[in-house]
Design a binder for this molecule. Structure first.
Ligand code: SAM
Length: 226
C-alpha cells in the first residue's frame, strides 16, 4: 500500500494523517472494473487532457468507486450547499446530484470552457448551477447565486501542477467560505494540496482510492465548528 508519508516535502508529510481504508457504509462492488462514465465522456475527457494536460491532470474520468468515496466522505446526502471544483465531464457531478437531497444546491466551477459547455448539457438539474471560472472565484460565485456557506466542497483540480500563488489563493478561499463543521474533500494524484490547505484547516484524514486510474489520494478536512 503506498503511503503519503513517503512523499516529497516535510510539509506534505506533516499535513496528513494516514487513516484506515474503511469505506464505511458504501455499497462497493468488488467485481466491477474501475469504471468511468460513458464512452462519450471518456473521449471528451481525453481530448480535455490533450488540450491542457497539467490543468486536467488525468486521462480518464474518476471511477464510480472514487465517486462513491467522495459522496461518503463529503457527506453529500446531508449537505445543504455543495460546491464542486473541477467537474470535468460531469461523472462526479452526476454522482453528487444523485446523492443530494431535493432541497440541496450544487455550484460547480469548471475552468475549461469545453468541459463547462458539455456539463451544462449533461448535468441539467434545477439544483445545479454550473459556472465557467477558476476556483479562485468561489466566494464571489456563491454570493452571486445567493448560496449559503457550503457544507461540502469537493475538488479534483490538480493542486500539484498549479502555480504556488494560485494554490494558496484557492485553499484560502475554500477554507474561508466553508461552513463551520463543513468538509473539504480533495482527490489528488499528488499530496501538494495538503501544503496549501492544512495551514487553514489542520490535519486531513487521508485515504487511498486504489480502484481508479490512476490510484488517487483522498484528503478530507473538517472545518472546526465556530
Ligand atoms: C482530474 S479532472 C476531474 C474531473 C472530474 N471531476 C472527474 O473526477 O472525473 C480536474 C478538472 O479540474 C479542472 N480545473 C483545473 N484547474 C481549475 C481551476 N483553477 N478552477 C476550476 N477548475 C479547474 C480541469 O479543467 C478538470 O476538468
Amino acid at each position: 500500500m503506498p503511503n503519503a508519508r513517503n512523499d516529497r516535502t516535510p510539509a506534505a508529510r506533516a499535513a496528513v494523517s494516514p487513516m484506515d481504508d474503511d469505506l464505511g457504509d458504501l455499497p462497493i462492488s468488488q467485481d466491477a472494473p474501475p469504471a468511468a462514465s460513458g464512452t462519450g465522456d471518456r473521449l471528451a475527457f481525453l481530448m480535455g487532457f490533450v488540450r491542457d494536460p497539467s490543468g486536467v491532470g488525468s486521462v480518464v474520468p474518476s471511477s464510480h468507486r472514487l465517486e462513491r468515496r467522495l459522496v461518503n466522505n463529503a457527506r453529500i446526502a446531508e449537505a445543504r450547499t455543495v460546491v464542486e471544483l473541477g467537474p470535468g465531464t460531469g461523472g462526479t457531478t452526476r454522482a453528487f446530484l444523485k446523492a443530494m437531497s431535493p432541497q440541496a444546491r450544487l455550484l460547480s466551477i469548471e475552468l475549461d470552457p469545453v468541459f463547462h459547455a458539455r456539463l451544462a448539457r449533461t448535468a441539467r438539474d434545477p439544483r445545479h448551477f454550473a459556472e465557467n471560472a477558476s476556483a479562485e472565484r468561489i466566494a464571489e460565485l456563491l454570493a452571486t447565486r445567493r448560496l449559503p456557506a457550503p457544507d461540502a466542497i469537493v475538488s479534483g483540480i490538480p493542486f500539484s501542477t498549479m502555480p504556488q500563488d494560485v494554490g494558496e489563493r484557492i485553499a484560502a478561499a475554500v477554507s474561508a467560505v466553508l461552513a463551520p463543521g463543513g468538509r473539504f474533500v480533495a482527490y489528488q494524484v499528488r499530496p501538494r494540496v495538503a501544503e496549501f490547505t492544512s495551514p487553514h484547516l489542520g490535519t486531513a484524514k487521508f485515504e487511498w482510492e486504489a480502484w481508479n486510474i490512476p490510484p488517487m489520494r483522498v484528503f478530507t478536512w473538517v472545518k472546526p465548528a465556530a
